[in-house]
Design a protein around this ligand. Structure first.
Ligand code: CO
Length: 462
């Protein structure tokens, strides 16, 4: 039956990306648990519930063990595949980790309940994704290879199709187009999805942010081009810098050959739960509406609000416009990396330094130096040769896989925190966020007072 074949699946991101995008990742497990029973009946393709910034935030701000969160979500969601976002060799942190750490992390993620791992690299450098892909397959989970989408003189539909083909060669089960800034136009989405379907031949999933206001149109065109899965969030936590609304997409496709078959009444109940949760937060204006600056500066919405608040902290709020204008120039100097963690932070901070010191690259951050040394991988375009020369002098950048230079870390780390270990997973938490994890372990042992959980974002006074 043709209609059956065309119906797109829905990955709902309410428990990960949606609150990372709108509520600064502050949603607590206790705010999720009451919704699980209904969510588990919906029949989503999957629920994105873990990874990205949630791991850090759990321990740093919420006094929660991220592993325990995953186990409880698994217990409450028996019928639904659980998905996570993994930053390739960066795992859920901000630097590369050695392979022994990566292998153990993926093993534990799967053991605790993850079914699908979406693996990306900020530079689309496959060497930063390959080990994560192999390991995910070895653990018998679904390895989703990711194309980080951006626009630049070096990025084209041909380029992205080639990344898709390369990912297929590494053995991925499906391909995700990750449009973290909401830049993809409906017609580019149509063309890219159509070509990936035809030329790569794997299931294709589209992940967009609503930031520029184009995402639900991009989804509609992608559905017409045969996309297999789209990422959405419940209506209460949708739009703005989050995903298009699940309810809207399901309603839009109802009664067509692309009918998702999901029950709108159930979805309304899911949204009602999160509407109540949302009432406890003040959502900053900067992440709420449509922001077309993203098209002008090609900067993800989250990054604009971060930069603005960092500059305000430095009493330099009046320089925000100049910094935003400097970002695309720094990005060009660095060979047009897609702006996503960690490249967004690297480019954003350097742009701020360039403006505030009054001279471009008078000071160069450690991260930019390491980037120029090739430690983050290979940029899509050419790095400004003058900048290379100024910073590296005669030093040769590395050309191999960055993680090959890292020594195993697991055994030593286990020894370092022996006194705090209550589960094997603690060693991983410690390696990825050493200071944050130790403070968390101390609170867990009663050696430090419990964290007062104030949601920046500004939990309203009850
Ligand atoms: Co996202």
């Amino acid at each position: 039956m043709v209609a059956e074949k065309r119906k797109p699946g829905i990955t709902d991101t309410s428990l990960r990306d949606a609150h990372q995008s709108l509520l600064a990742t502050r949603m607590r497990l206790e705010e999720m648990l009451p919704a699980l029973e209904i969510m588990d009946q919906v029949g989503y393709h999957s629920l994105e519930v873990w990874g990205g910034a949630t791991f850090d935030t759990c321990m740093r701000y919420l006094d929660e063990d991220p592993w325990e969160r995953l186990r409880q979500l698994r217990r409450g969601l028996k019928n639904t595949r659980l998905q996570m976002l993994l930053r390739g060799q960066n795992l859920v942190g901000y630097r590369h980790y050695p392979d022994d750490v990566l292998n153990e992390f993926i093993k534990k993620a799967v053991e605790n309940g993850i079914d699908i791992i979406r693996i990306f690299d900020a530079l689309n450098d496959l060497r930063n994704m390959e080990q994560a892909i192999y390991r995910t397959k070895a653990e018998k989970a679904h390895a989703q290879g990711t194309i980080s989408y951006t626009t630049s003189p070096f990025h084209s539909i041909d380029y992205f199709v080639q990344v898709g083909l390369d990912l297929k060669n590494l053995g991925v089960d499906s391909i995700c187009i990750k449009d973290m800034a909401g830049l993809i136009t409906p017609y580019d989405a149509y063309e890219l999805v159509g070509r990936l379907k035809k030329e790569v031949g794997l299931p294709v999933q589209l992940h967009c942010h609503y930031t520029s206001g184009m995402a639900s149109m991009a989804y509609l065109k992608a559905v017409e081009a045969g996309v297999d899965v789209i990422d959405t969030a419940n209506a209460a936590l949708a739009m703005g810098s989050s995903q298009p609304a699940t309810d809207t997409m399901v309603a839009a496709l109802k009664g067509t050959p692309y009918d998702t078959g999901l029950d709108l009444d159930l979805l309304t109940k899911v949204s009602a739960h999160f509407e109540e949760i949302k009432c406890g937060y003040v959502i900053p204006d900067s992440v709420r509406g449509v922001d077309t600056n993203v098209l002008k500066y090609q900067i993800p919405g989250g990054m604009i609000s971060n930069l603005a608040s960092q500059l305000a902290d430095l009493n330099a709020a009046d320089r925000t416009k100049e910094v935003l204008a400097e970002v695309p120039r720094v990005r060009a100097d660095l060979g047009y990396p897609p702006l996503v963690t960690p490249s967004s932070q690297i480019v954003g901070s350097q742009a701020a330094v360039n403006v505030l010191t009054g001279e471009r690259y008078k000071m160069v951050s450690k991260e930019v130096k390491n980037y120029l040394r090739g430690q983050y991988g290979k940029p899509p375009g050419e790095i400004n040769p003058e900048l290379m020369k100024q910073v590296l002098k005669d030093e040769e950048p590395i050309t191999g896989r960055p993680a090959d230079l890292l020594k195993p870390q697991l055994a030593e780390a286990r020894k370092e925190i022996e006194e705090y270990i209550e589960q094997e997973e603690d060693v991983l938490s410690y390696i990825i966020f050493p200071n944050v994890a130790v403070d968390f372990f101390k609170r867990r042992k009663g050696l430090l007072p419990p964290l007062e959980v104030v949601n920046i974002c500004n939990k309203k006074n009850a």
